[in-house]
Design a protein around this ligand. Structure first.
Ligand SMILES: N[C@H](CCC[C@H](N)C(=O)O)C(=O)O
Length: 276
């Protein structure tokens, strides 16, 4: 079986994007893990599948698989690349597309300057919606992992996020605390772990240890989660610049009852074909 794909990235968070409308591709978890391998496969953080919509009022269905082969509910950087891919491949000529994901519907807007804005939907805080083991919803939780005790915010952007505030992003213990918290027993579906340094209410720095992909150059849903947590803790304004190792995103949120908007680039690197 041959699979045609595009290699794309959002600020270095990189993707293998497959048109599963004009192709009929089924990949097992093991095949996805092999394709994700940066030495023996294509190499990517996530695999994105473009599929036909499940209902007439939507334009596409959007499936996301982490490098470890697990299917997940949301990928913000991937959504921007999805928007560029469907126009680039002639699957639509619309600047605004509505797509369903495992966790709900999102809307993608291809801007004239080449950037893409994603309406990421409403953040969810109820522990059961994350999912997260807690008796009630709190602004800040205490988490213990081995010898570490940390204070964090927890939110779902469709996918689960745990956000810690740190003094200095460059010395944050991302590689030790990240995996410990990703697999913490209080996260039954695991979680993405964000390390946020607040420079001022309109500007943060962020590193993310991603569930199923380790530390990535950028995490779109993680940027939204960090801004939402910062706003809930009354430390951030409603429009924030988020500097990630791979570049910057703009995240906007007017508060509870509103959806989160994220704007940033989406780059096409090359097209390829792989035989399986
Ligand atoms: N690792 C995430 C999926 C990809 C999210 C990230 N690449 C983004 O841009 O939002 C998870 O397991 O929920």
């Amino acid at each position: 079986m041959f699979v045609n794909f595009s290699k794309m990235h959002g600020l270095g968070n990189d993707f293998m994007v497959v048109d599963n409308i004009t192709q009929n591709v089924f990949l097992s978890r093991d095949q996805i893990k092999k394709l994700a391998d940066r030495n023996f496969g294509v190499g990517f953080d996530q695999l994105l599948m473009v599929e036909a919509p499940y209902s007439p009022e939507l334009d596409f269905h959007y499936r996301i698989f982490n490098a470890d082969g697990t299917e997940v509910e949301q990928c913000g950087n991937g959504a921007r690349c999805f928007a560029r891919f469907v126009r680039m491949k002639g699957l639509t000529n619309r600047h605004k597309v509505s797509v369903s994901t495992k966790s709900g519907n999102i809307t993608l807007y291809s801007e004239k300057d080449g950037q893409v804005t994603v309406n990421m939907g409403h953040p969810q805080f109820a522990p059961a919606s994350i999912p997260f083991k807690a008796s009630k919803s709190e602004l800040t939780y205490i988490m213990r992992a081995q010898e570490h005790t940390v204070f964090c915010g927890v939110v779902s952007m469709g996918n689960p996020h745990c956000v810690l505030e740190v003094e200095d992003i460059d010395t944050a213990e991302v590689l030790t605390l990240g995996p410990l918290l990703e697999t913490h027993e209080r996260f039954p579906e695991r979680a993405n772990i964000g390390f946020m340094q607040i420079l001022n209410p309109e500007h943060i720095k962020l590193r993310v240890w991603e569930r199923g992909a380790q530390e990535t150059m950028a995490c779109g849903s993680g940027a939204c989660a960090a801004v939402v947590i910062g706003i809930m803790q009354k430390k951030l304004a409603n429009t924030v610049r988020v500097d990630l190792p791979g570049g910057s995103l703009q995240v906007r949120w007017q508060g509870e009852g509103h959806s989160v908007k994220m704007t940033g680039p989406a780059e096409h690197v090359f097209d390829g074909q792989i035989s399986l």
